[in-house]
Design a protein around this ligand. Structure first.
Ligand SMILES: Nc1nc2c(ncn2[C@@H]2O[C@H](COP(=O)(O)OP(=O)(O)OP(=O)(O)O)[C@@H](O)[C@H]2O)c(=O)[nH]1
Length: 360
């Protein structure tokens, strides 16, 4: 199965919400009879004038409802789709739909304003609007779609932060497996020393990937473990050291101190470390993900994001808000619990999956 297909299937809750919402917006406002589409400019201008189609014979059993394309209309494609003008009322409905899809007010306003630019008053079908929305979302996401950079200097230290349950452990496991499969040598440090379950889970991933997982006794100092892990990674000539950390936001001062201490000690071995600080966010938390970015940016020098659990949530729109508000690179997205369910972030695929548009 192609990744787009998988992404689209998995993001069904997000896409069906926006998809159905857009259909409803057009249907509510559509007035024109479908058999005689007006020659208004299209979103994408066709290369040549469309061939003229003979109007079908009028049905004898009364008029068809104006907003529903007839059978022939459906066979003939888009020209028979109901349309409505892109006016203030429609823009307002679009804003509401995007806000409901967790895009946030600011981003929803920006996206709809961009959609209207140069198109205000045009007649739009649901397909036109979906294509346009996907294009505008992809435009917002394009600058942030950047894979985790891999540096020549080794070991490259990647500190992984995020609240408990966001998917840090799983993401580290997936990254380790994928890097190992790509021929890189990897060491993992199980830095959440307070959560035995997290350590065990990392050990399982480590075994699966054939990657050593360094652990420390429960409750011991994560900074000491990180220091040892640095030593081990250097001694083994490892390419990457992935450090898991605790995510207890309940005691923010302690967590901040813990993270700062980890950074201090690994800098004794490499003043440039950590080379990346990945913040792992859970898509199902919706708008709360924005608060988490703010909080973790204060605690650590976040260099990039991984958004997990995009499968099975209707809150995928939050990723657009994140890109718009913070501009932090989105390195990967998680769409399931298996190794290959962590994928590079592709803005157009994501936008299409979010809106419910097929990839062309
Ligand atoms: N559906 C889905 N589940 C995921 C994804 N990523 C992680 N999970 C699940 O989310 C749960 C929490 O993931 P963890 O990796 O344990 O999260 P954590 O941030 O390490 O949390 P702690 O172990 O509590 O510190 C687990 O059941 C994972 O299997 C994803 O992309 N999709």
């Amino acid at each position: 199965m192609s990744f787009f297909k998988k992404l689209k299937d998995r993001m069904l809750k997000s896409s069906s919400k926006i998809d159905a919402g857009l259909d409803a917006i057009i249907e509510e406002g559509a007035e024109a009879a479908v058999e005689a589409p007006e020659p208004a400019p299209q979103v994408e201008a066709p290369p040549a004038p469309a061939p003229k189609v003979e109007a079908p014979a009028a049905p004898t059993s009364g008029p068809a409802p104006a907003a529903k394309p007839g059978l022939l209309g459906r066979i003939m494609g888009r020209t028979a789709e109901p349309r409505r003008a892109l006016d203030d009322e429609m823009l307002e409905s679009l804003e509401e739909l995007l806000i409901a899809a967790d895009m946030g007010v600011e981003t929803a306003l920006r996206v709809t304003a961009n959609m209207a630019e140069g198109r205000y008053g045009r007649m739009m079908s649901a397909s036109d609007i979906k294509d346009l929305l996907a294009t505008e979302i992809a435009r917002v996401m394009e600058p942030v779609a950047r894979p985790l950079p891999i540096y020549r200097k080794t070991p490259q230290v990647v500190l992984v932060v995020g609240v408990n349950g966001s998917g840090k452990t799983t993401t580290i496991g997936k990254l380790a497996s994928q890097f190992k499969a790509a021929g890189k040598s990897v060491v993992i440090a199980a830095g959440d020393t307070f959560r035995a379950a997290a350590v065990e889970q990392l050990q399982v991933w480590g075994q699966r990937a054939g990657v050593p997982v360094l652990t420390a006794p429960e409750g011991s100092d994560p900074a000491a473990l990180a220091f040892d892990a640095m030593g081990r990674a250097e001694a083994e000539g490892a390419d990457l050291l992935l450090i898991d950390t605790a995510g207890r936001l309940q005691n923010r001062a302690d967590l901040m101190e813990e993270l700062a201490k980890i950074v201090r000690v690994i800098r004794k071995k490499d003043p440039d470390a950590p080379h990346n600080t990945l913040l792992v966010l859970d898509a199902t938390t919706g708008q709360n993900a924005l608060n988490q970015v703010e909080i973790f940016q204060k605690m650590a020098d976040v260099t990039g994001l991984v958004m997990t659990k995009l499968d099975g949530t209707a809150k995928g729109g939050v990723l657009v808000a994140l890109a718009d508000r913070f501009g932090l690179p989105i390195h990967a997205i998680g769409v399931g619990e298996q190794i290959d369910d962590l994928q590079p972030f592709d803005p157009q695929d994501f936008a299409n999956a979010l809106v419910g548009v097929e990839n062309s």
